[in-house]
Design a protein around this ligand. Sequence first.
Ligand code: C2E
Ligand code: CA
Ligand code: CA
Length: 693
Amino acid sequence: MTAREPPDELRALRAEVVQFRQLCNNVPVAIAYYERNGTICRYANHGYAAMFGHDEESVLGRTVTEIIGEEAARVIQPEVDRVISERVSVGYERRLPGGSGGVRSIEVHLLPHLGLTDEAIGAFVLISDITRHRRAEAALRESEERLAKFMHASAEGIVFHKGGFITDANPPLLALVGYPLDQLLGRSTLDFVAPPERARVAEVIAAGDELAYDSALLHADGSTVPVEFIVRTMYHQGERLRMTIVRDRRDRVAAEARIQYLAHHDVLTGLPNRAAFIERATLLLNRAAERGQALALLFIDLDHFKRVNDSLGHPAGDTLLQTVAERIVGTLREADLVARFGGDEFVLLLAGTTSAAAVAEVAGKLLATIGAPLAVAQAAISVTPSIGVAMFPDHGDCAAELIKHADTAMYQAKARGRAGYQFFHPAMAELARAELAMESRLAQAVREQEFVLHYQPQLRLADGALIGVEALVRWNHPQDGFIGPDHFIPVAEARRLILPIGQWVLGTALRQAVSWHASGLAAVPMAVNLSALQFQAPGFVDSIERALQEAGASGTMLELELTERMLMDNLDEVRAVLARLRALGVRIAIDDFGTGYTSLKHLKSLPLDRLKIDRSFVEDLPHDAGSAAIANAIIQMGRGLKLQVVAEGVETEAQRAHLLAQGCDAQQGLLDCGPLPADAFEAWQSSRARAGA
Ligand code: C2E
Ligand code: CA
Ligand code: CA
């Protein structure tokens, strides 16, 4: 050991100092020591020196002011004074301008260094950088503020709860439950959930799921408020919180109820619709089956409802349907079911009516009440119903089958002259099936043009001269042969196929007329039968004009046969249409005359050419007094109106003689000639010409 070598104690001390420095430089705290009343820096660790832009050497011996700046020194002076004079530790926080524009927050502790005489001879400075801590706090505060703002801005209810107990809620939620906030805080969320929903909500809370589901709240007034819960889990200050967004579903529920109602009701009459009827009828049928009871299902269709709609307008039609609905409901008993199936169709299920006689009585009552006149659009109108009845279980064991069969029976009621009721009979189903088959087959016939015309002459009674030819359509069925119009025209009308068929008839008959006019074989008007549908179709007169043009025919070559029914509605319109036809040279005949109810006033005011006495009045001539009276009256009326009168279906010489004696103008019938194909007609006419007729 040399003299220059320090003594052991000194070496140990030095080693301690080194250790101490190392320690001081590695703690995350800035440390310094100021001496002489805390103004001159005698020690600083690396962190402290660096904090103020120094190193551990350069900082030594400097004053506080030099190190931390004048401004900061002034600010902390009172703290320093306290440490020195009161010899206590103080702590304070202050901000330092940090690097790159930021600000750092530091927490400073000053500790007095007491000398041997117990006075403060210096001060230790300990500084912790709490910037990160403060920033986190600020961020938390901000996010809380944001959340609060969001909660208050939200139109939807929001509630926070912890373990199922409410910690906060916003005004919309308070409105949904009807309580002020202070009555919510701390209470179980389940208290505010509608009792039937509580189990589910408790389950969701227990599971801690994040999900959305429909539920209901219990309002303070005891009512139930349908809501949707959207549940989220959040962590707040280390705590697990549940946030539930509560969405008011009342509007949606109301809308859904409305949609549900619309799906089950007819809007116009408020009656159940088809779907609802079938649903309820099925329940009633099942119950009746269990008890071995019979029920009656009625299908009601209004006669000629379309006429009301067309002539008085849809609002009038709507009023009529509403009135009919009221009348039906008024006629029935509470337990009976009534539905509107759309259009003018109503379907009823009579719950307690088991016997056919009782059903007939109800049907009779319905006919009377529905058919009573009512005032619509300043007009007194009345529509009669046609009613079909199917009995459970005899005519079907389910709603669909009963409806189908009652519908079939209703059609039968219509065919029997309307304004009546008809019970279903299995034979009707056969008929309906045949008609259905006919329908689809007929559509094909139209496409393939499987029709032919036969021609029947009309002869003057006085001298047998040809005064006209009637074109009569036949369906030349590839398998079944010729089918008469009575068999397929009603179906064609029901399916509107009569329009293309009628057009074909018109064109074919006119071309035939042109040819016979040219050859001189039969230079007489060609009579063509019209269906009501054709006559009512928009642009009817235009279509006649077009047909004439296309066939190269003049209007005078054509006679149109209308029935009385077609002339009954809308007299002014009918008169205008007939006047336009007359202007084209087309002649008008009234077919089947005597079977309708045309008034004399009507007849007088229309531009007509011919009346055709219906075959039914000719049939029993001359012996049947009733037929004779009617036939005679028609002939007299025709003469009075200066119309030609043609008798249909003249089969015997006696009929002919009677008609001639009464002053009838012409005849059409088997006595002379039935309907013939064109070539046969030509042969018949040529042979007559040769015979000198
Ligand atoms: P309609 O207009 O009364 O035609 C006269 C019907 O009487 C024809 O029956 C004819 O064959 C039949 N007939 C003629 N003379 C006699 C007779 O002496 N005795 C008897 N018992 N019957 C006779 P068809 O051809 O079967 O026509 C039946 C109905 O079909 C027609 O009655 C007419 O209403 C309708 N029809 C015929 N062709 C057409 C058409 O092209 N269009 C439309 N819409 N209907 C047509
Ligand atoms: Ca006819
Ligand atoms: Ca006729």
